[in-house]
Design a protein around this ligand. Sequence first.
Ligand code: NAD
Length: 400
Amino acid sequence: MSEMLSGGTVKKKLRVGMIGYKFMGKAHSHAYRDLPFYFDTKVEPVMQAIAGRNQEGVQAAAEKMGWASYETDWRRLIERDDIDLIDIVTPNNTHAEIVIAAANAGKHILCEKPLAMNVEEAGRMLEAVNKAGVVHMICHNYRFAPAVRYAKQLIDSGKLGHIYHFRARYLQDWIMDPNFPLVWRMRKDVCGSGTHGDLMAHSIDLARYLVGEISEVAGMMDTFIKKRPLGEMSGGLNAEIHGDQMGDVDVDDAVAFLGRFDNGAFGVFEATRFGKGNRNTNQFEINGSKGSVRWDMQSMNELELYLEDDEQGNQGFRTITCTEGIHPYAGAYWPAGHIIGYEHTFINLLHELTNGIAENRSPSPNFEDGYRNQLVLEAVETSSVNKSWVKIPTTTILTP
Ligand SMILES: NC(=O)c1ccc[n+]([C@@H]2O[C@H](COP(=O)([O-])OP(=O)(O)OC[C@H]3O[C@@H](n4cnc5c(N)ncnc54)[C@H](O)[C@@H]3O)[C@@H](O)[C@H]2O)c1
């Protein structure tokens, strides 16, 4: 990191190189731009360069999103000595190779979820960052909604008592049309798994964050539409058909599993891309001995809270709008009641990452979390094939 004068104070610059530039590229780029506007960061992010394979596309993206330069080969970006942090927003089959190359080059790393294609890859990635001593994070952004953060504070303070239940549903419906093309998100060789690694990985992260480690699982997965026209993602969750050929879908459309947590709590998890009418229904409910919380991404500023200690007659779920200064991150934005949105979860995550880099520590969720998430993902897949309960390994051999 170089030192430069900024507004009369010396702040270290964190020069970012991002690989990929579509859906998550847009979310991350926006977050780098807005981060210093809302937070007094310990280091100042500089949008130094992006990488993509198509010269015209990457140049246009760099100009539109505010990156100072671009490369047409991600390896060249990693070789550059004017880059401190590599941010990976490419499909899952590219994560391991890029992470290991970036770690070996001494770069800090932010990687999109799921961390890898499988546990073996995730293990090698964790080993590489540990060995290199670089700062690493995985982009499970939903942890960074103020209402989710506040739920965590309530649980940790004992307000909900002993936790008995975690229930999660992550429902989308964007591939229900049989003519929606077979994009990379439905090809096992590119994404590892379908709805499971895409949506369920987020629910597993929320479960681990809020309740703790999962010890065993019993799952089921299926593919409802097995052949689709070939095509490519065109930004967001949109896609275009290319040509008139059909291909086989070899990943899950829907997945569900039961899980038991280390603390004895029951977990019930469901994720699908066939939940008609549900565009991005990402919900959880947690029941403890003294209270419960419920959260829904589509009303992400709100937390529903039930507390047994409330006066009899007045008991019931109340809806808290988590925009008061006392709610995590909320004070960085607007006066109470002036809500924030999806993009702010990424800004909050980058706030933690930049603090971590300034203090040379890897904030949660980091690659250890990504690895543990992958253990659960893989156990659910094994269970679905074997039709039996599968235990999640607890030991780790991944010391540098
Ligand atoms: N945190 C979240 O909520 C969230 C949401 C969506 C996607 N994701 C994750 O983000 C990652 C990217 O997903 P997306 O939705 O942005 O995908 P996308 O299809 O919108 O964009 C992928 C980008 O990667 C580029 N790319 C593909 N292969 C490449 C290669 N070999 N070298 C260089 N660039 C390459 C594409 O050109 C494109 O710019 C995935 O791992 C996905 O699971 C996370």
